[in-house]
Ligand binder design. Sequence first.
Ligand SMILES: [Zn+2]
Length: 383
Amino acid sequence: MHCNICHAALGDPLYESTSDQSLTSLCELRPGRTRVWLCPSCGHLLSDELQDVARYYETEYRILLDHDEEDQIYDTRGDRIVYRTEHQVDTLVTQLALPEGARLLDYGCAKASTPRMLLTRRPDLQVHLFDVSAMYQAHWDRFVPRERQAMHETPPDWQGRFDVVTSFFSLEHIPQPARTLAHIAGLLGPQGVLYGIVPDTFGNIADFVVVDHVNHFTRPSLHRLLADAGFQEIVIDDRLHRGALVFRAGKTGRHTAAPEVAGTLAAAQDLARYWSAIGDRIRAAEAEAGDVPSAIYGSGFYGAFIASTLRQPDRLRCVLDRSPFRQGKTLFGTPIVAPQACDAAVKRMYVGLNPSIARQAMAQVPELAGRELQLVFLDEAAA
Ligand SMILES: [Zn+2]
């Protein structure tokens, strides 16, 4: 195993999941353990490449494809919901001075919601789209002409064509990111700028254990990737987008110094210990419970992580979720129901919520008050 950023040889994995199945970022199960390596040289975190990765993105990775307007909630401000796409456009227009009529390519664009919304604010931009899948074309056709679309490969006359290349949450999926960066660098004109967003595993710890994110970029590893592709004026920010690193880099400009690696190595080791402890805790609680009927509270990422970690998930009677959009569905075959519909036999509840808010959230579930329930929290503090 070698680092896919700096090519240093890697030893044993830093983290290996206890379960023989792994979760994807879309909360699907995939066979095999999740393993994460830490590169001591550049501070990169990387996982095994997904088996059959090309087919997965060609046909299976259907992010938010079912509804045209479907989006993820980024924030609520008072009564107003801010969706992720809107926040990404807000951030882009404040961070980049896009010249009138600029040629912009969204690279790995999937549904291309971000450039689509950007065009409503900046109709002068010449937006182009590229992805490794053909399944988004119906979406693209609504706002970009065919000659500005490319699938699988970019046409030869796109070389050196672009003022800006954008990349929103795609580099984390790519097994050979250096190759992609070289491609992007070739598509940019001499004054071109690359602007992108990748998950920040330290700002969103769930990113560490999702198996389809082969890359967990850190500040030093992202800087190294960009610098190796010849980029200058590299700026990486971890506050503009919660749980993510927002970066920009130019084909020309002043040289920027590489961030130090030592702090990242220590933080990565802490994170690996944290996830290993969560896996051990779920398994220990399950062993201690014996045949006691159990349930999971929360059908989102953490609930799915618990279900994927249990040796005998068939002991689960139900999964509880307050969201009416989740109720009536199933989590890996177990029905998702409202808290008040929890099976009366359930005596043990695994709390599948973000550990940072789990205790407070569970204190505010009136439907479960008065029940004799043993709550299993994922992190250290006593329940
Ligand atoms: Zn490395």
